[in-house]
Design a protein around this ligand. Structure first.
Ligand SMILES: *[C@@H]1O[C@H](CO)[C@@H](O)[C@H](O)[C@H]1NC(C)=O
Ligand SMILES: *[C@@H]1O[C@H](CO)[C@@H](O)[C@H](O)[C@H]1NC(C)=O
Ligand SMILES: *[C@@H]1O[C@H](CO)[C@@H](O)[C@H](O)[C@H]1NC(C)=O
Ligand SMILES: *[C@@H]1O[C@H](CO)[C@@H](O)[C@H](O)[C@H]1NC(C)=O
Ligand SMILES: *[C@@H]1O[C@H](CO)[C@@H](O)[C@H](O)[C@H]1NC(C)=O
Ligand SMILES: *[C@@H]1O[C@H](CO)[C@@H](O)[C@H](O)[C@H]1NC(C)=O
Ligand SMILES: *[C@@H]1O[C@H](CO)[C@@H](O)[C@H](O)[C@H]1NC(C)=O
Ligand SMILES: *[C@@H]1O[C@H](CO)[C@@H](O)[C@H](O)[C@H]1NC(C)=O
Length: 204
């Protein structure tokens, strides 16, 4: 009796899984947050130039970057998630094995930028304390305030991609899409910014 129920269940489940659309099967099965991954934007409420931008590093100083958008996936940062911190493993001579830059959300506006008020700076490097509380909900990056002691008080998990007039100290490189985090009192009407989800995919 028991065996025949299990057999019946298996007979039903297999065709159901096979009948799922390919994309849904892929997303459910494929992403593994214990392995390295890229992140790209998915605009929350529109499709636009802000969509499908890979998070890429923009060097701003010794062992310090900020994060920008690039349509070219070859430029994407290779991320790992550990201890609820987003990290970029890097090889630097003299550094120990597993050395990595940490993602840090800073409580200040990007310097000399025309980013709208309330959209604050993100650092990837060694200088600032790591921001904790990140996890994955399937392949979508999520953040838990109750698991984070190091995030700015006005972070509620929302990231934005903003088209800005450049990034200190390399304004000469010109305007770009920069990843910023949104304070909970930021203006939501700027046409230069889009709220984004960050979607992960393992590196092939
Ligand atoms: C992940 O995606 C699968 C398939 O779409 C869904 O069944 C599952 O509930 C999702 N997990 C979470 C935590 O939302
Ligand atoms: C999404 O955009 C539509 C059309 O502009 C608007 O009516 C709606 O309020 C927006 N929703 C959110 C969650 O921003
Ligand atoms: C993408 O970036 C890679 C590495 O930086 C570069 O070699 C390649 O030419 C770029 N592709 C395009 C289409 O710009
Ligand atoms: C960027 O725009 C802001 C606001 O208009 C301006 O104050 C700032 O000087 C600009 N930055 C550069 C490097 O031009
Ligand atoms: C990254 O953050 C972790 C946890 O706070 C810390 O132990 C580590 O030293 C940091 N790494 C760097 C390169 O700052
Ligand atoms: C995961 O995402 C789904 C769909 O957006 C949402 O309903 C659910 O609450 C999320 N779960 C967690 C643990 O974030
Ligand atoms: C919060 O941290 C606890 C303990 O480490 C962990 O079990 C739980 O899954 C975390 N929750 C989220 C949403 O990351
Ligand atoms: C937004 O909130 C932050 C922190 O609570 C505060 O410092 C800032 O002045 C507020 N900005 C606006 C425009 O209200």
């Amino acid at each position: 009796m028991y065996t025949s129920i299990k057999t019946l269940a298996a007979a039903i489940v297999l065709p159901l899984v096979a009948a799922l659309p390919l994309t849904q099967r892929d997303e459910a099965a494929v992403f593994d947050s214990s392995k390295p991954f890229t992140l790209h934007t998915e605009v929350v409420n529109a499709t636009s130039a802000f969509n499908d931008q890979y998070l890429a590093p923009f060097h701003v100083g010794a062992a310090l970057s900020t994060v920008v958008g690039s349509k070219n996936s070859s430029n994407a940062i290779t991320w790992t998630l550990s201890d609820s911190i987003l990290k970029q493993p890097v090889a630097i001579s003299g550094a120990g094995p597993g050395f990595a830059y940490n993602l840090s959300l800073l409580d200040n506006a990007p310097y000399r930028s025309d980013a709208p008020s309330g959209y604050d700076y993100i650092s990837l490097g060694v200088l600032y304390g790591a921001t904790t509380g990140f996890y994955f909900n399937n392949s979508t990056l999520a953040w838990s305030g109750s698991n984070s002691t190091t995030a700015p008080e006005s972070f509620d998990g929302c990231f934005a991609l903003c088209h800005v007039n450049g990034t200190e100290p390399y304004f000469s490189l010109g305007p770009q899409y920069q990843l910023l985090w949104k304070t909970n009192n930021a203006s939501s009407t700027s046409s230069n910014c889009a709220d984004v989800k960050l979607i992960a995919a393992n590196i092939a």
